[in-house]
Design a protein around this ligand. Sequence first.
Ligand SMILES: [Mg+2]
Length: 123
Amino acid sequence: MESKSILVVEDNELNKKLVRHLITKAGYTVYESIDAETGIQLARDHQPDLILMDIQLPGMDGLEAARVIKADPELKHIIIVALTSFAMEGDEQAVIEAGCDGYITKPISTRDFNGRLLQYFNE
Ligand SMILES: [Mg+2]
């Protein structure tokens, strides 16, 4: 079976390390970026099946990156799952309006994480 690939766009080293650990263990191919601009380029280069997108990033934020990806005919099929702490009221709506297919809240629950990803792949 061909393994699914996931692009992680996350600037926090600890979160990135945790997510990398979880999805590598589950057998996914992983690409990583710490900023949105590089993330979008990696999405173009590798056409991952899913993007885990941190919202708060240096420079372009994750919401803007989601809009760019979902406006691009070559990229819009890619599932985007926001990684967010929902610090601000209205964040959930903003994530969906930006075109994200869903979200996983921080702090990341290691127990549920890969199960959540499977739900997105089974759609
Ligand atoms: Mg961040």
